[in-house]
Design a protein around this ligand. Structure first.
Ligand SMILES: C[S@@+](CC[C@H](N)C(=O)[O-])C[C@H]1O[C@@H](n2cnc3c(N)ncnc32)[C@H](O)[C@@H]1O
Length: 108
């Protein structure tokens, strides 16, 4: 039997369901994104949200030098519609960022 093509599956899933993770977590009593962002408040330098999806951490870190990276154009479009940015479309294993150019990375 052939191995599943996970990259194609993930791309197609997020194309059809952009924002699904944030929607799901919005059902929780407290925001997991607030918890995720907590240690990032006050970081001096750029915070890179890797696989940011619809970029829910952006609103948790309004005063931070933040950049969101995701492979899915549809997820990034969802983020942009909510005024979240700056956003970069890139793959996690080929980031268009120099070594040691960000102060912190988060990924959910
Ligand atoms: C479960 S969602 C989480 C999105 C967001 N971090 C959140 O918590 O709401 C996973 C995200 O990873 C992105 N992703 C998957 N593989 C990736 C890769 N190789 N490089 C960059 N992003 C990727 C998907 O497009 C999707 O937006």
């Amino acid at each position: 039997m052939d191995e599943p093509d996970w990259q194609c599956f993930i791309a197609a899933y997020h194309q059809e369901h952009a924002g699904i993770t944030e929607q799901l977590f919005s059902l929780a009593g407290t925001s997991p994104y607030a918890w995720l962002a907590e240690p990032l408040r006050g970081v001096e330098g750029t915070v890179l949200d890797l696989a940011c999806g619809s970029a829910p951490t952006r609103q948790e870190l309004p005063d931070t030098d933040w950049v969101g990276v995701d492979l899915s154009a549809e997820e990034l479009a969802q983020a942009a519609r909510q005024g979240r940015g700056p956003l970069v479309r890139a793959a996690a294993d080929a980031l268009p960022a120099a070594s040691a150019s960000v102060a912190a990375v988060c990924a959910a």
